[in-house]
Structures are given as C-alpha cells and as structure tokens.
Design a protein around this ligand. Structure first.
Ligand SMILES: Nc1ncnc2c1ncn2[C@@H]1O[C@H](COP(=O)(O)OP(=O)(O)OP(=O)(O)O)[C@@H](O)[C@H]1O
Length: 494
C-alpha cells in the first residue's frame, strides 16, 4: 500500500503498549504493517481513545480501521461491558457496508483470547432470525443500518442490551446526518442511553460539508476533536485519479458513448479490467446491465441496486470483491464506503445527486494507494455539473470518441432488441422521477422533461413512450403535461 494519498505513516509495531498485542497480531495477519495517515492521526492525536471526534480522510484510506481500533482498544482497557451488552454501535448507510465493516472487525479481533462478537442488523434479512441471533448471542459490537436498528429497538429486550454503550460511530457521517436518515438516527438516540451518560461519539467521512457541523452535536460533545488528512487547498477526490467528462449533444447518444468509452478504456488497460459504472436510478442501472450483456458479451458483468433481493446483492458484492476483472453496473447503493479491490475505472452516467456523491463514487477506485481513472458521461443539459464544480479536477475526455457516435446507432438498437419492454418502461419512469428533482439545474420545464424522457425511450428502441399510470404521473407532479401516454401497462400487455 503506497503512493498517492497514502504516503505511509508509522509501522503499527510502534504502537506496542498502546494497542493490545492481540490487536497488533490481527493487523499483521491482515497485512496492515503500516498505519495509514488517518489511522495514525486518530491513534496518536486524539486526547484519549474515548474522545469524541469528527474525522475526515479521503476515500479508500483506511477510515474503517481508524474507528474500530481505538474503540475496541478502549473496551480492552477496562471498559468492556458485561457479557452480551453492546459496547460499540457503528451506524452506516447501506447493508453491504455493514457487512463489510463487520468482516473487518472480525479480522481485527481474530486473535483476542476472549472472542469479541460483532453482529449486524440491516434490512432485507429476516427480522425474526436477525433478532434471535442478536438476543441469543453476546454482541459486544453491533454494525447496523438505521432502519432495522430503529425497528428492533422497539423491543425492550433489545434496548436493555444497550444500557452499557461506550461508543457510537457514524460512518459516512454526512450521509447519516442528512434529512434522509436524520429521523431514524434521532429515534435511535432517544432509545439508547442519553449522550449525558458519557458515551463516546465518532463521526467519519471523506466529505464533511459545512452543514454537518450543525447536526453532529446530537452525537458529539461540544469541544470534540476535529482531525483531517485532507489539505483544504487540494482536490477533495483521491489524488492519483485522472478525471474526465464526456458531454454528448443529447440523451440519445449516451448509450453509444458508454459503449465506445468502455472499449476505449479497456484497450488502454486490457489486463484485469475491473470497472464500476454508476447510473442514477436502480431501474436505469438494471437497463444498462441488460443492454451491455448483449452489447459487450466479452466482459463479465454484474449488477447491484435496490431492485434486487438482499441475497443477490450480497452474493454479487462478494463476487465482484473477488473478481479479477469485470464490469459492475451499480446505483448509489454502493456509491459510498464499499471496498472493491483493484477497481481501475469508475464511470458515472448521468448527473450525480451531489458533489459529495460524485467524490464518493470516484472513491471506489484508487483505493489503498492504488491508481485509478474516472470518467463521467453527460448530455448537454447536465454539462453544468463540471462548470459548477471547479474544485474537481475534471478534464474533457482526451479521445475524440464522441466525434461520430451515430455510426453506432444500429449496434445500440440491436442491443436493445434483447431488452424486455417492461425493463425499458421502468427505466423510463425512473428517469422521469429522478430528473424531475433537477428541473432547475437542467434548465427544463415539465414539458421539456417529458420530451427528454421520450427521447430516452426512443434511444431504447421504444416505438412510442411507455405507458405510465395516472396515479404515478400525479405523484410526480406531471399531471396534464403533454407527451405522456397515460394508462396501465398491465392492461396493454393483456
Ligand atoms: N493500514 C493499512 N495497511 C494496508 N491496507 C489497509 C490499511 N488500512 C486499510 N487498508 C485497506 O485499504 C482499503 C480501504 O480501506 P477502507 O475501506 O477502510 O477505506 P475508507 O477510508 O473507509 O474508504 P471510504 O471513504 O470509501 O469509506 C481496504 O481494502 C483496507 O483493507
């Protein structure tokens, strides 16, 4: 692990006496010979291992171990709770990330003489068996997504397991404290012991926009320690990742641009070509996966998004983590935190939901000091993203690949022949829903949005715009907008 943002810090061996030797043994087995800068900062600059802190470090630089090590060491230094009581609660935004953190936790504690159980609680798995395992075990550490934890804290038996809590960690803290999760976080904080009982709060992320400072006080004491390994004058994205954007004249060319871009990038890095392609909606990602299985059968392809069962999401996550090569078509369910080793390229198709999300997606490559590349494919209305994000080092894509994309129309049309109409209809509807929230930024009115979506449908080879239910149109606030075909696809099919 070297290079880039990971100018290596001190060897872990220098922490003999500070970190329990069994933890040092675990780290050696993991191949963590040196601390990364964020791990060194947290382990050597916090006033005490149980101090409250707000920590910022770039993507892929080892924040997981940076919060697990001090908190576990703190328990081992005489603060271990009674058997079966949760000492450390880690909250994170996605199920896959919870599994990943728990796995790293088990590796770190593997050599402890007395097993320190780390449990998980996240949606998509059977609630009863999740609860039975938790209550039947002796969880010292729990890694959870807010929804499921908030749900099971409704049971008194579960609440009783938190009466000796020592530390609450928010990983991807800016995401955990945004309006999407805030209600569940607040509900959870009301049902574990109050902050005045003195438990430690820790917030970690690669991005900490100013608004976070107003909301961290729900978990951090005033006077908490702020640590950062990011120089305010440098780009917030991880250093050794050249970033490019391709702007095509209209939405209709985005599929061809992606088709040509993947082959152009593969040609430059044919060995172990491992890429993540982000789309803006789950159904849009599912459509890309279906399309590119037909267009580029020479690549192993994977899909990950919220329209899949948790079982298949977990299976695909593990497969892509282990894959030497392949292309993962993904939504933002894996936009943050997910560690897929040796991803060399991140492509983003369509407007990222925020600058922070762009940074986290790029952070799926160039991890642990490795190199990577990032390319964004936008159509004209979305091109503003590059202009309003001057701190991002995004340059125009070097090759003139967009010079004549129309020559690929027959290929793309052929590829869409193998994609079922319902998948296209769902992607069309999701496209409307997603881009409706960005009308102002896209400089579109509702009519213009529908025209854009109908071009998107045409590009998929739909002979006419797919039918969309009246109540869906109402919910989207598009009632009466010309260009929509109102009706039920079920009836059309029968
Ligand atoms: N000290 C270390 N030595 C070697 N490898 C390490 C070390 N610390 C972490 N790693 C590896 O670096 C990769 C990134 O670690 P991690 O996922 O914790 O990064 P992160 O900062 O949390 O990223 P993100 O911001 O995307 O969540 C992982 O593969 C991890 O195993």
């Amino acid at each position: 692990m070297a290079g880039g943002d990971l100018k290596l810090a001190r060897p872990y061996a220098t922490l003999a006496g500070t970190l329990d030797k069994a933890l040092l043994e675990g780290l050696t087995k993991m191949g963590f010979e040196y601390m990364t800068p964020v791990q060194q900062k947290v382990l050597t600059e916090l006033p005490t291992l149980s101090s409250d802190c707000l920590v910022q470090a770039k993507t892929g630089t080892g924040k997981t171990a940076a919060f697990l090590l001090p908190t576990i060491q703190n328990l081992l230094q005489g603060n271990i709770p009674p058997r079966g009581k949760v000492g450390i609660l880690v909250l994170c935004p996605t199920r896959e990330l919870a599994l990943q953190i728990a796995k790293e936790c088990d590796q770190i504690t593997a050599c402890l003489p007395r097993k320190m159980e780390c449990h998980t609680a996240f949606g998509g798995t059977a609630r009863a068996s999740n609860l039975k395992k938790f209550l039947g075990g002796s969880p010292t550490i729990l890694v959870a997504t807010p929804g499921r934890l908030d749900d099971i804290l409704g049971e008194k038996e579960v609440r009783d397991r938190f009466d000796s809590i020592k530390t609450v960690v928010l990983d991807e803290a800016d995401r955990m404290l945004d309006q999407g999760f805030a209600p569940q976080i607040n509900s959870i904080l009301k049902r574990i012991p109050p902050k005045s009982d003195g438990w430690q709060g820790m917030c970690f992320s690669a991005t900490l926009p100013d608004r976070v400072n107003d909301v961290v006080k729900c978990v951090l004491f005033p006077g908490y320690t702020s640590l950062s390994t990011i120089d305010p004058n440098e780009a917030p994205t991880v250093a050794n990742v050249p970033q490019f954007s391709i702007t095509v004249p209209s939405i209709k060319q985005t599929f061809a641009a992606l088709y040509v871009l993947i082959q152009s990038e593969h040609k430059q890095n044919p060995k172990d070509f491992k890429a993540v392609v982000f789309g803006t909606t789950a159904n849009g990602v599912g459509l890309l996966y279906d399309l590119f299985q037909n267009l580029l059968p020479q690549f192993k392809t994977f899909e990950l998004h919220s329209r899949l069962s948790q079982t298949s999401r977990t299976k695909t996550t593990n497969q892509f983590k282990d894959a030497a090569s392949g292309i993962l078509f993904a939504s933002d369910v894996v936009g943050r935190g997910m560690d897929f080793p040796n991803v060399g390229l991140v492509i983003q198709l369509g407007l990222p939901s925020s600058t922070e999300q762009y940074i986290h997606r790029v952070g799926r490559t160039a991890r642990a000091g490795k190199d990577g590349r990032a390319v964004m494919v936008l159509f004209e209305n979305e091109a503003f993203f590059v202009n309003v994000n001057k701190t991002l080092p995004i340059k125009p894509y070097p090759a003139e690949i967009i010079s004549d994309l129309t020559q690929y129309n027959p290929t793309i049309e052929q590829g869409f022949m193998g994609v079922d109409e319902e998948a296209k209809a769902k992607a069309y509807q999701a496209f409307l829903g997603y881009n409706k929230t960005y009308l102002k930024k896209l400089r579109l009115d509702a009519k213009g949005l529908v025209q854009l979506a109908n071009q998107y449908a045409e590009a998929m080879g739909c002979p006419e715009p797919p039918l969309i239910e009246k109540r869906t149109v109402g919910k989207m606030g598009l009632k009466g907008v010309p260009g929509l075909r109102i009706g039920s696809r079920r009836e059309e099919a029968s």
